[in-house]
Design a protein around this ligand. Sequence first.
Ligand SMILES: [Zn+2]
Length: 357
Amino acid sequence: MGQSIFYKFIILQVFPQGPPGPDPGARGEANIVSKIRKLPAAFAKLISSVLSTTVIDLNWQGRPRSIASALLRCEDFSALIDPGPASTLPELRQHLQQCGISVPKLNAVFLTHIHLDHAGASGTLVRENPNLKVYVHAKGVPHLLDPTKLLQSASRLWGDELPRLFGEFLPVPAENLVALGGGETIRLGSSPLEVLYTPGHASHHVTYFDPASATAFVGDTAGVSINGHPFVFPVTPPPDISIELWDVSLDAIAALRPKKLFLAHFSYSESPGAHIASYRKRLRLWRDLSADILARNLGESGAMHHFIEVAEADAAQYLTQEELSHYVFNGAVHLSWLGLVRYHRKRAEVTVNTTAV
Ligand SMILES: [Zn+2]
């Protein structure tokens, strides 16, 4: 009895040059074998033309599940969504190596926004790979060309801890930068990636959407949720949050009907509808809570402590003590308070100016 086609297929996988032993024999059978020989290459091509995503845990400050980067691959092309800060470059290199990729082989960096925990390593990666393209919203371009102002404002928030936490922030040369506005479709090999302008967390924030897997890489637009936990913690740092624009951005992300959200803090949320609804609700809660606290004139430090206390007590209803401390570490609640204060002050100024006119 002749060998089955399936058996020959398996043999071809193990012995691509042909199995040892007697020749397959009859001409018809040889034709079938030669057709089967072509399958693995076609199959491999099909597989490699699909965008694959690998989550990279950057283990920031030695704490797993704090900052995630995403390695995207299609055919021979590879890119990172948010490479993270320079302080986690050794971790990033190690993960890339495990995936058989080195920095000089990377084709692109897709930045969701330019905050240090997302974009800090970009300039160092470009220095190592001068062909690397860095995609960023047009409003972020000047700060990557010259990060002086960005670092000054980060120093005000983090003080002397800045270098230890985030490492060096090197500028990115103009020839490496690709400015985005939202609405573009960029390609990694043959895979399209749609760009969506999603301000709210920052005025220059974008989201990348992979239509094939319906995954939205949302950066910090959808808050903090560790490995798909249903509780979502807002991240509202200075200098330019806008709850109103955020609402519109969340609508735009929801309209894509994503199957998965990829969060920088941390990893996938696989119930985008519930996640976005919960996030929107808590964001409004924080807006109203901060407005209420500001109206009570508790003093700078008293107000901040009160906000942190109430926000953490709210989160504690949904999280274990260990989870809560991890969310608080990831979310930097004190910075969120400062961001909300600035947001309310800017709105009050606009109201005063409008009234004066
Ligand atoms: Zn972040």
